[in-house]
Design a protein around this ligand. Structure first.
Ligand code: TXA
Ligand code: MG
Length: 345
């Protein structure tokens, strides 16, 4: 295919020049970052950014992140940056960290959904970084998925839903982190986590001495059995089948609860850690990794959620993980995938 670049087994990144030109000229490029794949366009070109919303079927009031490759790109798109904001950027960039800053006038309204702030991230993925350098403009890029679907962490998972909507595809293999970046906004000198990710609350506290987790994130995780009505705004990550998230700090209790639920259905699918899989007497299982390695689970979880529907289950029961470090981000995504159907055993 002429609009496909395979960079899985080569370090010849000079080939990204073509993709960079396409971005600069207003086209759409599907490309890898260290978190998830992005659906990228010239972030300063209103018409190019419109194509992103159209390709994803994304709500117009959900703002996009601008991706930069170096600090020199910042003053053009953001202003009145405080010391603490600088410290956060210097500490976590390049990396899976997005900061919300006061925007400048050059940023099109369509990027920020009309807000006076803009989300900015400098990815550490080398392909993303080179692509932005070649494009020589900030790249607006949401996660590569049709709105509502799990974010794409490899090309084959999103090929069907996006390949005919983009001008160029860059294949960099599997993403390293597997979950989208941590999104932070500093308010009154305190970094507020709006979306948890690999950069954890503990990491941020270590860098600047203070951190707050947005209360909605905590409420979701603390609230038991809150099921949102169907058709909710920003339905996210959800397979077609009904999903239930189950978690207990007591592993035996969690297993018992899941066994109990599986017995009520004819074709249940259980998504669990490798260690617990043997306790579930069901035909269909997906193992998301070892519970001792939350990074592995983070890397696999979107891919695993995409496999669910092929089993045609009448229920999906997913084991939760400890809410620590990147575990907070995993739980945040799983609660959404289960449309807030979360049982604490
Ligand atoms: O890891 C990532 O962040 C990936 C890769 C491609 O970089 N991108 C990504 O973009 O996840 P997206 O569009 O799927 O999610 C962006 C998140 C949304 O939750 C959006 O509401 C929030 O960032 N966001 C963007 N700009 C914002 C702003 N000005 N104020 C508050 N939230 C903002
Ligand atoms: Mg997304």
């Amino acid at each position: 295919m002429e609009n496909y670049l395979d960079l899985k087994n080569t370090t010849d990144y000079s080939k990204l020049k073509v993709a960079g030109e396409i971005i600069k000229d207003g086209g759409l490029v599907l490309f890898p970052t260290e978190t998830v794949y992005g659906l990228g366009a010239n972030g300063l070109d209103e018409n190019a950014v419109k194509k992103i919303y159209k390709a994803k079927g994304r709500a117009q009031d959900n703002p996009l992140i601008l991706h930069v490759s170096n600090f020199d790109m910042i003053p053009k798109i953001a202003q009145n940056i405080s010391d603490i904001e600088y410290t956060l950027m210097k500490t976590f960039w390049p990396g899976p960290f997005t900061i919300i800053l006061e925007r400048t006038d050059i940023v099109p309204d369509i990027v920020t959904a009309g807000l006076d702030t803009v989300g900015i991230r400098m990815p550490s993925g080398i392909i993303a970084n080179k692509l932005i350098s070649y494009a020589d403009v900030p790249i607006a890029a949401p996660s590569a998925n049709v709105s509502g679907r799990p974010s794409g962490t490899n090309i084959s998972d999103v090929f069907e839903e996006l390949s005919d909507k983009v001008d160029y595809i860059v294949d960099g293999g599997e993403c390293e982190v597997g979950l989208e970046s941590t999104v932070v906004r500093v308010v009154d000198g305190i970094p507020n986590i709006l979306r948890p990710g690999k950069i954890s609350p503990e990491d941020i506290k270590k860098a600047v001495g203070t951190v707050k987790i947005d209360e909605h994130i905590l409420k979701d995780i603390e609230t038991d059995e809150k099921v949102l009505s169907p058709g909710m705004k920003y339905r996210h990550y959800a397979p077609k089948a009904d999903c239930i998230l189950v978690y207990s700090e007591d592993n035996e209790k969690m297993i018992k609860k899941i066994q109990e639920i599986t017995q009520k259905y004819t074709n249940p699918l259980v998504i669990s850690c490798n260690e617990n899989a043997k306790y579930y007497d069901v035909k269909n299982k997906i193992l998301y990794g070892s519970k001792e390695n939350l990074n592995e689970i983070a890397q696999n979880i979107f891919k695993d959620l995409r496999k669910v529907d092929s089993f045609k289950p009448d229920i999906v029961i997913i084991e939760g993980v400890k809410n620590d470090g990147i575990g907070l981000a995993i739980m945040n995504r799983l609660i959404r995938a289960c449309e807030y159907h979360f049982i604490k055993a």
